[in-house]
Design a binder for this molecule. Sequence first.
Ligand SMILES: [Zn+2]
Length: 298
Amino acid sequence: MTSIASLLVALALAQTSTAPYVRSRVDAGDPRTQCLFWTAERVTWHQSTYGNPATPGETEFEAMSRAFQSWQDIFAACGNLTLQEGPRVNDRTVGYARQGGNRNLVLFRDRDCSAVVDSTDACWAEDTCANTYDCWEDNDNTIAITLTTYDERSGIIYDSDISFNAARFDFTTTSGGGTCFPPVTNNCVATDVQNTATHEIGHFVGLDHTNAVGSTMNPSAQPGELSKRTIDSGSRDFVCTVYRQGAPSQACLHPVVESELGPQADTGCAAAGSLAALPALAAWALWLSRRRRQEGVR
Ligand SMILES: [Zn+2]
């Protein structure tokens, strides 16, 4: 089993297509490898009850729900799966729980691992600090990360989790008041939760980045940005095509061998993923790039 993390960083690293939409693949950008997609009819996701204490009231929870709902509206119109919000949970662990109890989790990490974990801790080499110490382990300049676990032969997704870098970024939920820079107040836009989440949910359902003008899946974001809240026509086409209503979800390579489908077909796995982060004051443009982790793949 394999997992990938998609993230937003402050440096432009990867060449990105301008196609209306680009599907995530086992090897990013390699058409010889399978695309990633859900086959479940219903995918339940959960918000961690901790929320983001720096965001007023319940607004971060509400913003997250709106972001998922904007995708669900499209799935309801032309797709074959349902994105359903489950009850909030105390879970702070991302990745695929193979032994049961797996959840698709959305959470904010508001402590930087480098500040709370000793530099000699083995978790650094194992990429396990985030779960072990409930902290942000990825790059400072990453706003959020979506960690997706899938079968690398079939491309079928088993789990996807979204982590927000609240250790570094000031997440806001209002749409008015203009762009604000630290110190952030409650009535301006710094890093918008819904804007960020809508992009990350695109990764959650199997989209990679595109430089198509106006796409929710553009690999860059600006402080104060709200435009990704509105899902573009290309991303909508992805839903209506890949998850076409009344049809099976579409793989990219055929045939997908039925006997290879499902988690039971795999041994050993790990998963992790995420979105972007805001850079230092010097660089305000944000770019998304992808990162792939592979562990325990036989
Ligand atoms: Zn991204």
